[in-house]
Design a protein around this ligand. Structure first.
Ligand SMILES: *Cc1c(COP(=O)(O)O)cnc(C)c1O
Length: 371
């Protein structure tokens, strides 16, 4: 018999605070108040991250699109990124007429392998995108050194890394610019939404202008864009929800880490099982607890999916290599990116998940290992 109550893999945490701010924005956030929550949300995020500039956007994809456009990425250019990722990071590169160059990942953090990133650099390389996968952190010191050596900007897609800290620096605050997502599945949500952050004042002004249809800040001439831009702004109502979430950021990330720790304590010592990495000096924001099974266990993605489905648990597959999608050219030499998804699964980790529910998830894995 299938257990009745379904365990979802993510679900936002919405309290009275979010509801009251959203209600206030809907009732009063118009006219000269129409940007009030947006400005406040950007302010709260800047404080949290320790960066100078932030621009709220309609999505992380949009934030990446305008950031890459501002760096001048265009036809014939190349942008290096890990083969293991959600397509959102690759799509803006393609939309700009450039080519995403997919390289292999590290076997333990599942993030871009700096050695392969460096080897992929050509005269056409315009940027390297470091995606902090599932809350795990990229090797930022090495990547930034490579960027410095070749004069190539390193960008951080920190959509999955709110709450992750790399030797005292928050994910998203270290690169030329960083981007975040507030999609309903992410640790902090506004329904849909994103954010662009940077410490570079010129880049900030450029992206701000691009994000508002080419109209510069403080411009007095009406309806007069200076360039063809984009329209990727966040609404004030979404920002109101975001403000409440940012007031609760410590609670939201602490709970994510609590859920992760419990999984880790119960699973990491099992034979052939490994979970997200958290090396010395790193705090993992634990967006997505993910278990990888050693090849020797013989446990496959298909087996995992079937076992979780039978228990009415919504576990998700590890990202397919982007190069395996039909619109790209397959790069099977990205050995690790092709291998790991065959024997891995994402575990449910939403804020209100109970210990009993986590035990149900753990039970599925134990059964597969020991039976
Ligand atoms: C969720 C996600 C995105 C996309 O975010 P949207 O807000 O949906 O555009 C981009 N990159 C990564 C790594 C993500 O996980």
């Amino acid at each position: 018999m299938v257990p009745i109550n379904r365990i979802y893999y993510t679900k936002p945490s919405i309290t009275e605070l979010e509801v009251s701010y959203a209600t206030d924005a809907a009732q009063n956030g118009w006219g000269d108040q129409c940007y009030a929550y947006i400005n406040q949300f950007e302010e709260l995020f800047k404080q949290h991250l320790g960066v100078q500039y932030a621009i709220a956007t309609s999505s992380c994809t949009g934030a990446l699109h305008i950031g890459l456009a501002a760096l001048g990425v265009g036809a014939g250019d190349e942008v290096i990124m890990a083969d293991t990722n959600w397509i959102a990071t690759a799509a803006p590169i393609v939309q700009l007429g450039a080519k995403p160059v997919f390289v292999d990942i590290l076997p333990d953090s599942w993030c871009i392998d700096p050695a392969f990133a460096e080897a992929a650099i050509t005269p056409r390389t315009k940027a390297i995108i470091a995606v902090h996968l599932y809350g795990n952190l990229c090797e930022m010191e090495q990547l930034l050194a490579i960027g410095e050596k070749y004069g190539i900007p390193v960008i951080e897609d920190a959509a999955e890394a709110i709450g992750s800290v790399y030797h005292g620096k928050r994910a998203g605050s270290m690169g030329k610019f960083g981007t975040f997502s507030f999609h309903g599945t992410k640790t902090v949500t506004t329904g849909e939404g994103g954010l662009f952050v940077t410490n570079d004042p010129a880049l900030y002004e450029h992206v701000l202008t691009l994000s508002n249809h080419g109209r510069a800040r403080g411009q007095t001439k009406q309806f007069w864009p200076y360039m063809v831009g984009f329209k990727y702004k966040m609404s004030n109502i979404q920002a109101a929800i975001g403000c409440a979430q940012m007031e609760r950021i410590e609670e939201l990330t602490r709970r994510k880490r609590e859920i992760f720790s419990y999984y880790r304590d119960c699973l990491d010592h099992l034979p052939g099982v490994s979970i997200n990495l958290e090396p010395e000096g790193i705090v993992n924001g634990a967006w997505m607890p993910t278990v990888v099974f050693a090849t020797e266990t013989g446990i496959t993605r298909e087996q995992l999916q079937a076992a979780f489905k039978a228990e009415n648990i919504d576990a998700r597959v590890f990202f397919h290599p982007l190069s395996s999608l039909t619109m790209f050219e397959e790069i099977t030499s990205n050995r690790i990116a092709f291998d790991i998804p065959r024997r891995a699964i994402n575990l449910p980790s939403y804020h209100d998940l109970t210990k009993a529910e986590q035990d149900r998830v753990i039970g599925v894995i134990k059964k597969l290992i020991f039976c």
